[in-house]
Design a protein around this ligand. Structure first.
Ligand code: CUA
Length: 367
């Protein structure tokens, strides 16, 4: 716990990976310490052993480049041992790196948006928080993160995990908290004058406490439901069918899209992941789906990063390649609405910067 008042060299080991990271670190320190001491000892020992003695007279210069036959065994020993040690460090490090960079498939998803200088967190169920992150213990948690401005880095020392948070891109980070308590969140990438103040707290709760906390949430509906409202407000449903077996020929049906591979007009294909959805909303011309025309206008400036994450959750809720359907109900297609692209731009409402207290249903310009 961060309130601990005793002196601590290391943060708590509060996640499943923490002890592994610390073990590797301890190994590196021990190997370095051993060789540092060995070399220091040899320097002193050899200086004393081969010191100049007055009874030997003045030193005699050795006029030869012949250092003798050398020792093959010595050469092999001091090559193979360091090689072996560095290979152990390499394999061990890679194994931890791969574990940390691959979130387990059934992870609970939470969204993080970095902004000068705060962390905005959204839970799938709709709860939102700023500079605080509540998580249940003993669950795999996957953070999907992006930035509204510059590069930040989401770092939880007690979980031994950190990852850059980049504008225009989604990065992930996962952990499994194993110890109840409150732990520091830091921004670990210099991001401007108040970088050092871009901190927060992660609260690890029991499953029951977490559900109670979630239940006391915003009452704005799940992220997918909020995404559906946004989908309506932006007029996406005027063109994109979001019910099964509805095809209007103008815009791709979004049901079951997420996670599939999409065939593009130029013959290539792309996986429909978070980044693809984001790009398609902001830069619709970038990847045109095979069989469709370049008619979609950009929504750049009409949707915040938080709103984008809600839209993505809504599209995920329309089904994934695994056929899982989640909370949101499919949207009926408004067949009477005008299909003209100009309807897309009808919605933007200028409102105050969003906080945990203000409703998020209005599309807003990025501040
Ligand atoms: Cu954000 Cu440093």
């Amino acid at each position: 716990m961060m309130e601990a008042n005793s002196f601590q060299l290391f943060p708590d080991q509060a996640s499943s990976i923490a002890s592994h990271v610390d073990a590797l670190y301890a190994f590196l320190v021990l190997v370095s310490a051993f060789f540092s001491l060995l070399i220091a000892f040899l320097i002193v020992y050899l200086v004393v052993k081969y010191r100049h003695r007055p009874e030997l007279g003045p030193p005699v210069a050795q006029h030869t480049n012949d250092h003798g036959p050398g020792s093959m065994i010595l050469e092999i020993v001091w090559t193979v041992i360091p090689l072996g040690l560095s290979m152990i460090m390499f394999a061990w490090g890679v194994s931890i790196y791969f574990t940390e960079s691959r979130p387990p498939a059934d992870s609970m998803e939470i969204y993080v948006t970095g902004k000068q200088w705060m962390w905005k967190i959204q839970h799938m169920e709709g709860a939102r928080e700023i500079n605080e992150l509540h998580v249940p213990i003993n669950r795999d948690i996957k953070l999907t993160m992006t930035s509204e401005d510059v590069i930040h880095d989401f770092y939880i020392p007690a979980f031994r995990t950190k990852s850059d948070v980049l504008p225009g891109k989604y990065t992930t980070e996962w952990f499994k908290p194993t110890k109840l308590g409150a732990y520091h969140i830091f921004c670990a990438e210099y991001c401007g004058t108040k970088h050092s103040g871009m901190i927060g707290t992660v609260y690890v709760l029991s499953e029951t406490d977490y559900n109670t906390w979630l239940g006391a949430g915003s009452g704005e509906g799940s992220m997918a439901e909020q995404g559906q409202s946004l989908f309506n407000q932006l007029g996406c449903g005027n063109c994109h069918p979001s019910v099964v077996n509805n095809q209007n020929g103008r815009c791709p049906n979004l049901v079951g899209l997420f996670g599939t591979r999409v065939q593009l007009k130029d013959g290539s294909n792309v996986r429909a992941d978070e980044s693809y959805v984001r790009e398609s909303v902001l830069y619709p011309q970038a990847k045109i789906v095979a069989g469709y025309d370049d008619i979609m206008p950009t929504f750049k400036g009409l949707i915040t990063e938080d709103g984008m994450l809600k839209l993505i959750e809504y599209i995920k809720s329309l089904g994934t390649k695994n056929g899982t359907m989640t909370t949101a109900t499919p949207l009926p297609v408004e067949t009477s609405a005008s299909p003209q692209p100009s309807t897309h731009a009808a919605a933007p409402g200028k409102t105050a910067p969003r906080t945990a207290q203000t409703p998020a249903l209005q599309p807003q310009r990025i501040q």
